[in-house]
Write a protein that binds this ligand. Structure first.
Ligand code: FEO
Length: 392
């Protein structure tokens, strides 16, 4: 599929994979994007999951016929993109692997031999005759070896995982040709799940990328961005600065319904306070992938859980740990919870809400045993306090 003068999409859709990295659910599959840049010399940018190699090589042959590929640029060594490296070399034994020092070390480590190599560093250029690549290192977006490749004639940026999203591509690749709306929430989910921990490094990468004239961003997953480039750059800037939009993510756990009653009243308080923009999730029903995404999306977090084993309800404990691992900050947090004979849940949630970069909102609500009208009203007040703070 030709996507620009000299650039062809040769990636594949994986509609069978249940979970990305065996962790993150894929309700609509995922694409592994790879691109052929065809000049006087030919370069292949990244590969695909090795299970798709037969289809991948067929697509490549369809574009270049019996010509050979001169360079294989690997922007990112995670096996969803490097997995077909060895197989490509069987077809094109003279292909030169282009990567930075860490890429080449990983290529040896993962696949035993890298073959012919060209080692690049920050700002190195590679001439394809009528086209030219410049390489920029973007470590930790998503692995330490990650880099991006800029082609200066077409103004195309091959960005690795950056700006990628979950979801197979339906019928086309270019954002201007497909219904793009379903991909935006999946970009936030992908970012928060996979790259969320590395906000600082993403900021450094954005500084480099934003200096380039960009007509096309070709990520390794999801649509090729053209007319939505300003939007995706803004979203990446916001997410990597840990800035939430004015809204709330309300997450609760409940075993027998008492803490859920509290959550219902907190939600009533949000609405009573004039807030419409919030999501509400029961921990045992929603996969952590979506909870993490909403925690990154919204400025406010309302967390409620029972006490369990003299600590925090396990699913809430995991969720809070997930957020701590991603160094989430700049959040307003309200807490509520319950216990039957010894209270710990609210204390633990308040500890989290009091950590650096977080702000505790309203009066935490703690309930002993069963739900009551008085508890319900305290929960509504908590919701109102959060709404007021979000909307101020
Ligand atoms: Fe799509 Fe970090 O690999």
């Amino acid at each position: 599929m030709k996507i620009a003068e000299n650039i062809y999409y040769v990636g594949v859709n994986d509609r069978n994979k249940e979970r990305f990295e065996c962790l993150w659910p894929l309700s609509n599959g995922i694409s592994y994007n790879s691109f052929l840049v065809v000049g006087e010399k030919i370069a292949l940018i990244d590969t695909v999951d090795s299970r798709f190699f037969p289809l991948f090589i067929e697509k490549i042959k369809e574009v270049i016929g019996e010509r050979t590929i001169d360079y294989l640029v690997i922007n990112h060594m995670e096996p969803d993109h490097s997995g077909s490296m060895g197989l490509i070399r069987e077809y094109y034994p003279e292909i030169c692997l282009v990567g930075n020092k860490k890429t080449l070390q990983m290529a040896e480590g993962f696949y035993r031999e890298a073959g012919k190599t060209f080692c690049v560093s920050e700002g190195t250029t590679l001439d394809l005759g009528n086209l030219s690549f410049t390489f920029f290192l973007t470590p930790m977006v998503h692995w330490p070896e990650t880099m991006v490749t800029y082609e200066s004639h077409t103004k195309a940026l091959f960005s690795g995982d950056a700006f990628g999203c979950y979801g197979a591509l339906n019928g086309s690749v270019l954002d201007s040709t497909i219904d793009i709306e379903p991909y935006f929430p999946e970009m936030i989910r992908y970012y928060s799940n996979i790259v969320g921990k590395y906000g600082c490094q993403v900021q450094m990468a954005l500084k480099k990328v934003c200096q380039l004239e960009l007509k096309m961003i070709c990520s390794t997953h999801g649509p090729v961005w053209t007319e939505n480039i300003p939007h995706v750059l803004r979203e990446y800037n916001r997410l990597s600065l840990y800035e939430g939009e004015p809204g709330v993510c309300l997450v609760f756990g409940s075993m027998y319904g008492n803490t859920m009653e509290m959550a219902e009243c907190v939600a009533e308080g949000l609405v009573r306070g004039g807030l419409k923009n919030f999501s509400m999730h029961k921990l045992s029903r929603t996969d952590p992938s979506y909870l993490i995404a909403d925690a990154f999306r919204y400025k406010g977090l309302l967390l409620g859980a029972p006490t369990y084993n003299n600590g925090l309800y396990p699913l809430m404990d995991h969720f809070v740990t997930d957020l701590q691992h991603r160094m989430l900050k700049n959040r307003l947090i309200g807490c509520f919870g319950s216990f039957s004979w010894a209270g710990q849940a609210v204390k633990k949630l308040v500890d989290f809400a009091s950590s650096p970069g977080m702000e505790l909102i309203g009066e935490p609500v703690e309930m002993k045993q069963g739900f009551s009208f008085e508890i319900g009203e305290k929960c509504r007040l908590l919701g109102e306090s959060m709404a007021a703070r979000i909307l101020e």
